[in-house]
Design a binder for this molecule. Structure first.
Ligand SMILES: Cc1cc2nc3c(=O)[nH]c(=O)nc-3n(C[C@H](O)[C@H](O)[C@H](O)COP(=O)(O)OP(=O)(O)OC[C@H]3O[C@@H](n4cnc5c(N)ncnc54)[C@H](O)[C@@H]3O)c2cc1C
Length: 446
């Protein structure tokens, strides 16, 4: 009898995992909270979207959120609890699956450091700005500053330009020395990633064609405006991201798009009992996690781009389905090269320790609960235990449950909070939670 592999996430990693698991003869259920497959990388307007062929060959569950993983037998993968239906609709179906193997590929979301005025309307995460342009053909402004750190700044600026926006500047916070040292180390590894190098060169050429300045060692440190962004203050930074006094400049803009890297979505791996290392899921050469029958692929194991996610997905899906390991030699090599690209990315675009110097006492740190920097520091000085800081300041206790402010709060408080432990991974209504489990069992599809 073929193995039943459940895959959570239909981004590059999950889609690759599904195709490999199908090829190895497994029965596959592919689940994604979005209504279309593709994840963050293949986000496209609906009229140009071409469904992936793999979806026809597996049990494809779009608009289906995995809200909980239940560990009922330590020798087997956890039970997968799913809610199917539009996120804000009623009448969602509650189902569960007991797979033979589980592949977790839930990806990452973008990280934004706070600065005075970052909560003004008109300040967007780069991911949101790009999603609006690519997914909805909506531009965030006419005069946009793109700032932060990492190569993601380039595709975001390119998408905005393509949509007719004027991109005033693109600012990379790290100085040229850090960027060049990170990318320049072990140059032969970069040569093994010609696609990525060509992609970056194409973005850079587009910026040059539109005469958009790309400046390194400079960041947006304040957004100002009456009710929405009207201007951005930028400043030159030292290598540790502390501001060089006297280098501030004011730019008039109607939107700011900002990103400081990506944060992996770890609540499902943590719920499955997977061991983490350096903030990512620890996997072996087969993409197996420390939890029996649970595999992980894509941005949850390290931020290394779509090719790495795809290669990891192929390995994870194949091994989860029980495919013979000998057939994966080339894919593993491709995966290892792509992962090496991720290490260079991290070295070239680190977050400097000096960024809290941008904050003022009244700067909002947790937007859901409107916790200011001052109240967070006060709570931490009274009782530095992570739980006490959270309860006293309310940072991380709002609707996003610390998905946005969690890493920031952890860096600003002396004792790091328990990362990503959320028994409920996706919003669920009390009525849905209270629904009788018998009904859920009847509806489950093995
Ligand atoms: C906002 C953003 C924009 C990006 N833009 C670019 C770009 O322009 N160019 C580029 O080269 N790289 C870009 N990247 C990086 C690139 O998207 C990633 O390298 C790649 O998509 C990682 O693939 P993945 O499969 O690991 O995750 P993703 O592509 O993020 O896919 C994860 C999927 O899991 C689903 N999911 C998560 N949790 C659940 C759950 N509980 N239940 C059900 N489904 C769930 C999500 O809906 C999503 O579809 C971007 C990343 C982000 C976060």
């Amino acid at each position: 009898m073929s193995r039943h592999v459940v895959i959570v996430g239909a981004g590059p990693a999950g889609l690759a995992a599904a195709s490999a698991a199908l090829r190895a003869g497994a029965e596959v259920t592919l689940i994604d909270a979005a209504d279309q497959a593709g994840g963050q990388y293949h986000r496209m307007p609906p009229d140009t979207y071409r469904p992936f062929r793999v979806l026809d060959r597996c049990d494809w569950w779009p608009e289906s959120s995995v809200w909980s993983l239940e560990r009922h037998d330590e020798r087997r993968p956890p039970r997968v609890h799913v809610l199917t239906g539009p996120a804000d609709g009623d009448g969602r179906r509650r189902r569960f699956l007991d797979p033979d193997a589980l592949v977790l590929a839930p990806g990452a979301h973008d990280r934004t450091l706070p600065f005075p005025g970052w909560d003004l309307p008109g300040v967007f995460t780069a991911g949101a700005a790009q999603a609006l342009v690519k997914g909805e053909r909506v531009v965030v402004g006419d005069q946009v500053l793109v700032a932060g750190s990492g190569p993601f700044l380039l595709p975001v600026a390119a998408s905005l330009l393509e949509a007719g926006t004027r991109v005033r500047e693109v600012l990379e916070a790290n100085p040229p020395r850090t960027v060049l040292r990170g990318w320049g180390r072990r140059p032969w590894e970069l040569a093994a990633q010609p696609d990525k190098a060509a992609e970056l060169a194409a973005y850079a050429a587009r910026l040059a064609r539109h005469r958009v300045p790309y400046r390194t060692g400079r960041a947006v440190i304040e957004a100002r405006g009456d009710g929405r962004v009207e201007e951005a203050v930028t400043a030159r930074l030292r290598a540790d991201w502390s501001v060089v006094p006297g280098t501030e400049r004011t730019l008039s803009v109607d939107a700011v798009s900002v990103t400081h890297g990506f944060t992996p979505q770890l609540e499902l791996p943590v719920a499955a009992g997977c061991v983490l290392r350096d903030g990512f899921v620890l996997v072996d050469g087969d993409q197996a996690t420390s939890s029996p029958g649970v595999y992980a692929a894509g941005e949850v194991t390290g931020i290394a781009g779509a090719p790495a996610a795809r290669a990891e997905g192929l390995v994870a899906g194949w091994t989860a389905a029980g495919g013979p390991p000998s057939e994966l030699r080339l894919t593993r090599r491709r995966r290892d090269r792509a992962r090496a690209f991720g290490l260079r990315l991290a070295a070239a675009h680190p977050i400097g320790q000096g960024w809290p110097g941008w904050l003022r006492p009244d700067t909002v740190v947790c937007r859901c609960e409107e916790t200011s920097y001052e109240s967070l520091c006060r709570a931490a000085s009274e009782n530095p235990a992570a739980r006490a800081v959270r309860l006293a300041s309310r940072a991380g206790l709002g609707p996003c449950q610390a998905r946005i402010c969690g890493p920031t709060v952890a860096e600003l408080s002396p004792e790091s909070p328990d990362p990503h432990h959320r028994p409920i991974a996706q919003p669920i209504r009390l009525g849905e939670l209270a629904a009788r489990s018998e009904a859920a069992e009847k509806e489950s599809t093995p």
